[in-house]
Design a protein around this ligand. Structure first.
Ligand SMILES: [Cu+2]
Length: 106
């Protein structure tokens, strides 16, 4: 039994911070989505695009990097400002990497 404990400990140690992404206040109807940490580098409201320096995106199997995302809906961009820390959810929609949820980290 000792080794199964060890495996659990290893899994815990290697699992990223996304384990904390459960929002205590979120309504029960929303599915648990993977939220990724990021910092807003650029906002292009006209094009509906946002550049984020982001941590590893688990659901997209993407390492940390800086890149441009579409915002869907584009009004998501109203919630953020240059340089702020955010948590966001991104997925691939019609071939484009798209932010579908974003919130400023207080
Ligand atoms: Cu990326």
């Amino acid at each position: 039994m000792k080794h199964s404990l060890l495996i659990s400990a290893l899994l815990l140690a290697t699992s990223p911070l996304h384990a904390e992404s459960h929002q205590p206040g979120s309504p029960p109807s929303t599915q648990a989505v993977v939220m990724t940490d990021g910092v807003v580098q650029r906002i292009d409201a006209v094009a509906g695009k946002i550049t984020l320096r982001h941590g590893a995106i688990v659901n997209l199997d993407m390492p940390a990097m800086t890149m441009v995302f579409r915002a869907q809906p584009p009004s998501l961009l109203d919630k953020v400002k240059l340089g702020v820390k955010v948590k966001f959810h991104a997925e691939q929609i019609n071939g484009a990497l798209t932010v579908t949820a974003i919130q400023v980290v207080p």
